[in-house]
Design a protein around this ligand. Structure first.
Ligand SMILES: Nc1nc2c(c(=O)[nH]1)N[C@H]1C(S)=C(S)[C@@H](COP(=O)(O)OP(=O)(O)OC[C@H]3O[C@@H](n4cnc5c(=O)[nH]c(N)nc54)[C@H](O)[C@@H]3O)O[C@H]1N2
Ligand SMILES: Nc1nc2c(c(=O)[nH]1)N[C@H]1C(S)=C(S)[C@@H](COP(=O)(O)OP(=O)(O)OC[C@H]3O[C@@H](n4cnc5c(=O)[nH]c(N)nc54)[C@H](O)[C@@H]3O)O[C@H]1N2
Ligand code: SF4
Ligand SMILES: [Mo]
Length: 768
């Protein structure tokens, strides 16, 4: 008899609730969970393929250990013994920096990825941390850090209530949204238009999202910061008082106006390849809308001026009075995040507290640019990376110059991959630790609830029991922490969780502003429920969070502890309105298998600000220092042809090309070329071309289409599955090419260290 079980989908940021059909231990179907409090039954083709992905025969079922140069199946004990023998010894001999850590995108889609990598990096004491963020959203963290003092304070567009959405460099109809968690993003865009709202899309391609829009602007790639600067300039020039500006919480408005003075619509129009009139009209429409939200994603981040563009997105939200108000851009209040607190100056956000060894790149958010990973492995000298731990990461395909990184990885003394597949990156590991398929894992979105357009909380336990001989990914990580610390075998994996719990409770009970101040941490830990270490940690975070039961301690409605001596409530952020009676904890959440709705987003200023001034710092010094480079772009000669990426609804970065249901059709690795360019260069639809840039050349099939603007070609990423020693039978049959081979890793957004993956110059030549 088939049964059903709920499972939150881990395949993109929309976090839809699925209902899995299970026969025995096999997932035979997946549909949208109509009772899910957030996704209400929405599903996309990737979610529908959950069963096929879960049962992919190429998934690794046992650890692999390298012996005699070859990776061979091994037991978990053999795998961890190998790590425990190698890593602590390297650290003793060569120091903490000799071990690098690479964290890939799926870490934000697993519980393990949220709970353990900080402990692993802490245990190693290494500053050689590289993540997919420097191929993605690091510019947004940096701009939020500088504006609000907190790199995670990223406002999200209030999709369901806004009157006007200006969307730049995002294609949510294919990607299902990013840094804006919203199941059925396409439906929400249609609803916006249906209620009389306006959607404006800025994208050099006429995407499926652009086709839904009232207005589509197709500027030259890489010019968003100029366009946004001109929009901000126009607002400041035409409405100098900044109507609607929350001036009470901002500083630097006059300095901002001065700094943007030269970015008039006329000045930026040629570089953007738009008209000054189009830009001015857009600024006026944005300002006139009853409520509006500006939202930028990949196409505005992974570009030459990514941090400036990300900063200007929020500057526009602020100048139009739309930051932190319903219908505008709001800060979520996730159930496992910190509780609201009273407004007070913070410690601010610092950049460049240390630098990379070889090229001297500044750290951002304690990370170094992943584009600099290869040189940190190759270049001799003290501090060279000799061992690497890669968790859910495939940088050989995702990061610039995969060939160089491929060679560098082959030269490591030791490498560990935590990955379900033997792919382009994990094939270099000495030990591969495979997590179980998603049906056998529990799920909670620690990361994405912080970017969700509605506050809600959901948790799904494993839908299928863990197969014999498997380890849960949380336990894989916990054991890894022990193995690199030199305590493997001496301590149980649960010690890792209990240490984290004790640490968090010690901080909480020592905090004078906490209602738990002075309580006994050991007694509180004894009250936690849950069947496993990660469940106990989830329970702890829920209980201490904004909707938590605080172990029964009382709080006033403004979020402050109910203590007579606590009078610092001036400007306190309001506490949440909703939540289960008595407060949230794991038991109460488990009683709601389809989640608990915690209400629409609400204003959170000024309580969430952590800047030194306690205000929004409109023109932070590092930004001001970058503006001359943007000004230089006004007069620079743009390249004749530049390349941008694209995503397909049935893809996901580099690792979904092995599922037959998700491949084929229009999901292909083709170079899209505008008809004018095709004619000029002599390319034909279905023919082949050689594309050349800084990092090398690729031979690609050509697709002639006016969906890209003239002067722009588009090639998707995550392809190039033609290397030996992988186990990806389906993907290898249709390998495609790795677009990132066109990059040599030197083009970076300087403030964030993010690779320029969009809008870099290329040359094309026809091939016979
Ligand atoms: N040119 C170009 N390059 C890009 C981009 C682009 O737009 N253009 N996009 C960039 C972006 S936004 C990102 S986020 C990066 C992504 O870069 P990466 O994170 O390096 O790549 P992914 O393909 O997302 O997957 C990483 C690995 O996770 C493994 N994996 C899948 N599920 C799990 C799991 O449950 N547990 C574990 N441990 N591993 C798992 C997969 O097998 C794969 O090996 O790529 C970037 N690269
Ligand atoms: N189906 C699917 N969904 C995914 C993923 C996937 O690979 N496939 N990846 C996931 C990940 S890791 C992420 S980070 C998100 C990303 O989510 P999105 O940001 O929505 O990603 P894209 O679909 O790549 O959209 C970026 C758009 O920017 C445009 N663009 C390129 N250069 C510029 C420019 O200079 N200016 C402007 N204005 N636009 C430009 C491109 O043409 C493209 O349409 O998607 C996630 N969801
Ligand atoms: S939209 Fe994203 S979360 Fe929803 S079913 Fe599709 S892949 Fe899963
Ligand atoms: Mo991403």
């Amino acid at each position: 008899m088939p049964r059903t079980a709920p499972r939150i989908c881990p395949l993109c940021e929309a976090t839809c609730g699925l209902t899995l059909t299970i026969e025995g231990t096999t997932v035979t179907g997946a549909r949208g969970d109509r009772d899910d409090v957030f996704s209400r039954g929405f599903i996309c083709p990737k979610g529908a393929a959950f069963g096929a992905l879960d049962a992919d025969p190429d998934r690794l079922r046992t650890p692999l250990v390298r012996r005699g140069g070859r990776l061979r199946p091994a037991t978990w004990e053999e795998a961890y013994d190998a790590i425990a023998a190698a890593v602590p010894a390297l650290v003793r001999e060569h120091g903490a920096q000799s071990v690098g850590v690479v964290l890939g995108n799926p870490n934000v889609h697993t519980m393990a990825g949220a709970l353990y990598p900080p402990l692993l990096v802490g245990a190693l004491g290494t500053r050689n941390l590289f993540t997919a963020s420097t191929l993605d959203q690091m510019p947004k963290h940096v701009s939020s850090g500088l504006l609000f003092g907190d790199p995670f304070a990223i406002p999200v567009p209030d999709l369901d209530r806004t009157d006007f959405l200006l969307l730049l460099g995002a294609n949510p109809v294919e990607s299902n949204g990013s840094l804006c968690t919203a199941p059925d993003f396409p439906g929400r865009l249609k609803a916006l238009r249906a209620r009389g709202g306006t959607l404006v899309v800025v994208d050099p391609r006429r995407t499926r999202t652009a086709r839904l829009a009232d207005r589509h602007l197709a500027p030259r790639p890489g010019s968003d910061a100029l366009l946004l600067a001109a929009l901000a300039h126009t607002l400041l020039a035409e409405r100098p008082s900044g109507t609607g500006t929350p001036t009470g919480h901002t500083e630097g408005l006059r300095e901002l106006a001065d700094a943007l003075a030269s970015f008039t619509p006329e000045a930026v129009a040629p570089a953007c390849d738009l008209t000054a009139a189009e830009i001015r009209t857009l600024a006026r429409d944005l300002a006139a809308a009853p409520t509006a939200a500006v939202y930028g994603r990949i196409g505005s981040c992974t570009v030459e001026h990514g941090t400036l563009a990300s900063w200007l997105v929020d500057v526009l939200n602020i100048l139009t009075g739309n930051l932190d108000r319903p219908g505008g851009a709001l800060f979520p209040l996730p159930a496992t995040g910190p509780r609201p607190r009273a407004a007070a100056p913070g410690r601010g956000f610092a950049l460049g507290r240390w630098h990379s060894r070889v090229s001297g790149h500044p750290e951002a958010k304690s990370e170094l640019p992943i584009a600099a990973l290869a040189e940190e492995i190759e270049t001799p000298g003290p501090g060279r990376i000799r061992a690497l731990i890669a968790i859910a990461a495939n940088p050989v395909l995702s990061a610039p110059d995969g060939r160089r990184l491929d060679a560098a990885l082959a030269g490591l003394d030791f490498m560990v991959s935590v990955d379900p597949y033997l792919n382009e990156t994990s094939r270099h590991a000495h030990v591969v630790l495979p997590p179980p398929p998603p049906s056998q894992s529990a799920h909670h979105d620690f990361a994405f609830n912080g970017f969700a357009i509605r506050n809600q909380v959901r948790y799904t336990r494993a839908a299928v029991p863990l197969e014999a001989g498997r380890l849960d990914e949380c336990e894989i990580h916990a054991r890894l922490v022990l193995a690199v610390s030199g305590t493997y075998g001496a301590a149980e994996p649960s010690v890792v969780d209990e240490t984290a719990i004790q640490g968090a409770l010690a901080r909480e009970t020592a905090d004078r502003s906490s209602p738990l101040h002075g309580a006994d941490p050991v007694r509180l830990a004894g009250l936690l429920t849950g069947e496993s270490g990660p469940e106990r940690r989830l329970d702890l975070m829920l209980r201490l969070g904004p909707y938590g039961d605080l172990f029964g301690a009382t709080v006033r409605p403004d979020g402050q502890p109910d203590r007579a001596d606590h009078r610092a409530d001036h400007g306190a952020e309001a506490g949440p309105e909703v939540g289960p009676e008595g407060g949230l904890n794991l038991e109460r959440l488990l009683a709601h298998p389809h989640g608990i709705d915690l209400g629409p987003l609400r204003p959170r200023l000024p309580g969430l600000l952590r800047t030194r001034s306690g205000r929004i710092e409109l023109l932070p010094a590092p930004i001001a220092a970058e503006l001359p480079r943007l000004r230089a772009a006004l007069t620079g000669r743009p390249a004749a042809l530049v390349l941008v990426g694209r995503r397909h609804l049935r893809s996901n970065n580099s690792w979904l090309h092995n599922v037959p249901a998700l491949t084929g059709g229009s999901n292909r690795c083709t170079l899209q070329v505008h008809p004018q360019d095709a004619e000029r260069i002599g390319l034909t639809d279905g023919g082949r071309a050689r594309v050349t840039a800084d990092g090398g050349s690729l031979e690609v099939p050509v697709e002639v289409t006016d969906a890209v603007r003239a002067g722009v070609v588009s090639l998707p990423h995550g392809w190039g599955h033609d290397r030996d020693g992988t186990r990806l039978a389906v993907a290898a049959a249709e390998p495609g090419v790795n677009v990132n081979q066109l990059l040599d890793g030197t083009r970076l957004d300087p403030l964030s260290g993010t690779a320029v993956l969009n809008g870099f110059p290329v040359e094309l030549a026809p091939l016979p």
